[in-house]
Design a protein around this ligand. Structure first.
Ligand code: IMP
Ligand code: MG
Length: 184
């Protein structure tokens, strides 16, 4: 079992499984609007997934434009949960077919915010690709168009995803299951 920063990380989806799934998703995505596609990766969590999926899109014959938006959730209470733009895209999305990429679809707040923002700005179509769908946590009526894996209700790390800024560098998706024992 991998040990990182003294923590045991149990792999949930291996690098090889993710690689296979990314290629399958790219084939599906390539069946949609392909002319002048604008891909927008939602930072920070999606950066590794987006990098791999975008290269798989190339292998599937697409030549997307690539943009980044940094979104952040605020509020942990039930009253004031919301999403704000930390860093916006530079491109004009008017009349564009957009593919949003994110790591996890959970409550749906982040992606609903992003989708509505792009439609307000005049996007022609907005589809959503996520690596993981944590369906049991959904609070908004929102579905992704392309899903890597249906994710059980664990807090996952790796492949871009963090807990307290750690573990983004892992090439697989895993769950922190406990502390490694010291030999000393
Ligand atoms: P939503 O707005 O609730 O759908 O939030 C989804 C966002 O929360 C994702 O883009 C992640 O950045 C973060 N997130 C949700 N679940 C996890 C997890 O298990 N590990 C790491 N980040 C998570
Ligand atoms: Mg995120």
């Amino acid at each position: 079992m991998p040990v990182v920063r003294g923590k045991i990380i149990e792999p949930l989806y291996t690098a090889a499984q993710i690689d296979v799934r990314n290629k399958e998703m790219a084939v599906e995505i390539a069946k949609g609007p392909a002319n002048d596609l604008l891909v927008i990766a939602i930072l920070k969590g999606s950066f590794i997934f987006a990098a791999d999926l975008i290269r798989a899109l190339h292998d599937s014959g697409l030549a997307p434009e690539v943009e980044f938006i940094t979104l952040s959730s605020y509020g942990t209470g039930t009253v004031s949960k919301g999403v704000r733009i930390v860093k916006d895209i530079d491109s004009d999305v008017h009349d564009r077919d957009v593919l949003l990429i994110d790591d996890i679809l959970e409550s749906g707040r982040t992606l609903r915010f992003a989708k509505e923002l792009l439609f307000e700005r005049g996007a022609r179509s907005v589809s959503i690709a996520v690596l993981l769908d944590k369906r049991v946590k959904r609070e908004e009526v929102l579905e992704a168009d392309f899903v890597g894996f249906e994710c059980p209700d664990y807090f996952v790390v790796g492949y871009g995803m963090d807990v307290a800024y750690a573990f983004r560098e892992l090439p697989f998706v895993g769950v922190v299951t406990g502390d490694a024992l010291n030999d000393a």
